[in-house]
Ligand binder design. Structure first.
Ligand code: AMP
Length: 224
């Protein structure tokens, strides 16, 4: 199964992609995570991307297309993948189409997660992550805890530097202007499944699984 998880920052793409990846046993490719790792390791890519990411702007299409091309050529992506954070511009979407065409892949579904803007801003300002296992929590879930409930690491919670209110607002503007229009590209091809992303993580996951089971029952077992 090949999926694009689409939606605004903070809508829950990363959380759902991680669950789908482990239940369906297909790799989760998050371009944000790839870039953040490069920034942490201060690779040439990381040094280039650092400031752009901190401001909430988009890293250049050339760089992002190169990253995805390299990643999709890896063996681990041969049977499927879940893209989270790509494509984010028309140029990326067109380059991605070309890659898929060359790889003779035609079965990509777009899972479009939606939520209202107030909910998104609340989620993002309250978002924390474990730096060890990368699980995402809301502040209320980890209140008073010193260890990550998922992996047990001590003092591992952090807030992303681009999750401050002014950067969040800018990222939402960038989403509306550059990324939201990309959905039309896929709607024309009738590959979009729109899912209400309000509710608990489990509720949203159930909605996604049911919707995928309707469009691609051979690739999904509803009990997954
Ligand atoms: P995310 O974790 O998906 O919210 O991404 C964090 C940041 O990484 C974004 O605000 C962008 O600066 C950068 N980024 C991630 N994916 C892309 C992409 N496909 N195109 C351009 N920039 C990206």
């Amino acid at each position: 199964m090949r999926l694009i998880l689409f939606g605004s920052p903070g809508v829950g793409k990363g959380t759902q992609a991680k669950i789908l990846s482990s239940k369906l046993n297909i790799p989760h490719i998050s371009t944000g995570d790839i870039l953040r790792l490069a920034v942490r390791e201060q690779t040439p890519l990381g040094i280039k991307a650092q400031e752009v990411m901190a401001s909430g702007e988009l890293v250049s299409d050339d760089i992002m297309i190169g990253i995805i091309k390299y990643t999709l050529e890896q063996d681990k992506c041969a049977k499927g993948f879940i893209l989270d954070g790509f494509p984010r511009t028309h140029e990326q979407a067109h380059a991605f189409d070309d890659m898929l065409e060359k790889m003779n892949i035609h079965d990509v579904y777009v899972v479009n997660l939606t939520a209202n803007e107030n909910e998104i801003i609340t989620r993002l300002t309250n978002r924390r992550a474990c730096k060890e296992c990368k699980t995402i929590f809301s502040v209320s879930e980890i209140k008073g805890l010193s260890k990550c409930p998922k992996c047990g690491t001590e003092d591992s919670f952090y807030q992303r530097s681009d999750d401050t209110e002014d950067v969040i607002r800018h990222r939402l503007d960038v989403f509306k202007e550059s990324t939201q229009p990309v959905l039309r590209h896929y709607t024309v091809k009738k590959k979009v499944i729109t899912i209400d992303a309000l509710g608990t993580v489990d509720e949203v996951y159930d909605r996604i699984l049911k919707a995928l089971n309707n469009v691609a029952p051979d690739e999904i077992s509803i009990s997954a």
